[in-house]
Design a protein around this ligand. Structure first.
Ligand code: ARG
Length: 283
């Protein structure tokens, strides 16, 4: 059991105003209705499970007119008492940043804004495990955004920086996740051959998910707590493969959030952790 995750401060934003009213990724179709009641149920069940596992949950106030705020994992990065606020690529999400700056400021965080040339979409394009990170560019976040991240968290070892050539994988978090420090779950076709090779070199174990698991379930958009992998759903083949590596799958259906292009990984913003982070916070 990874005990550090037990008390990880984790931010969420309730789906009060969640909807699909515009389209900034290939999954968003404003003519498909979001069932708001079901969205609440799905979100609440997931949040209850996080609470039961002892995570230190904090909630950011949702705002009318910002339907994607529920995907709070994209809001920025939290480290100690500092918050690096995202700068979104699409106009549709840019208003969110003001709300995040204000909300984290009120909570006592020192708010840092990336330079104007930067695009940075929080954990959407930065996949972390403790002190290791993989960065994804080509759709949303850019080099200047990653520069801001490196300055913000210099102790983090960037083990791979990969291109996302396919608009269906508009965020890195849709295509790869760490399961532990030496294992990733990924969808190989989301990457260029060079990116794929880079990812495979980075870890001891790279578990490839099938097309079905990626398109039906957004399987890489999962959250790992200890030996439990929380995800929208999963084929029996993947479940068996994960079991063989010592992981147990727990499913939290996310049908309504998949209409917005995201799944449960994007709903949470855990503070960065890891040994170096702990030392920085203690100093
Ligand atoms: N509608 C949101 C967008 O396109 C979904 C973001 C989901 N987050 C994620 N990390 N995939 O920006």
């Amino acid at each position: 059991m990874n005990t550090s995750t037990m008390t990880t401060r984790t931010f969420l934003c309730p789906p009060t105003f969640y909807d699909v009213t515009y389209s900034i990724n290939p999954f968003m179709d404003p003519s498909v209705k979001v069932d708001r009641v079901l969205a609440w149920r799905q979100w609440s069940r997931f949040v209850d499970a996080l609470e039961a596992r002892g995570l230190d949950l904090m909630f950011i106030e949702p705002r009318d007119g910002c339907p994607d705020m529920v995907f709070l994992g994209d809001a920025g990065l939290v480290l100690g008492d500092r918050f690096l606020c995202s700068r979104f690529r699409h106009r549709e999400r840019q208003m969110e940043s003001d709300h995040y700056r204000r909300a984290f400021g009120h909570l006592g965080y020192r708010v840092i804004a990336p330079p104007e040339s930067a695009v940075l979409e929080g954990l959407g394009d930065i996949t972390v495990w403790s002190d290791r990170a993989i960065l994804g560019y080509g759709q949303r976040s850019n080099r200047a955004g990653f520069e801001a991240f490196r300055r913000f968290a210099p102790f983090v070892d960037v083990v791979a920086e990969v291109e996302l050539p396919d608009p269906r994988f508009y965020h890195l978090a849709t295509a790869v996740a760490f399961l532990d420090a030496d294992t990733i779950l990924f969808y190989p076709n989301a990457f260029t051959p060079a990116g794929r090779a880079q990812l495979e070199r980075t870890v001891d174990r790279a578990i490839a998910v099938t097309e079905r698991d990626i398109f039906d379930h957004q399987a890489c958009n999962c959250l790992v707590l200890g030996d439990t992998v929380m995800m929208d759903g999963c084929s029996s083949g993947l479940e068996r493969e994960l079991a063989g590596c010592g992981f147990r799958v727990e499913t939290y259906p996310m049908s309504e959030f998949k209409k917005g292009g995201g799944s449960l990984r994007c709903l949470v913003l855990p503070a960065l952790s890891g040994q170096a982070a702990a030392e920085e916070m203690a100093s």
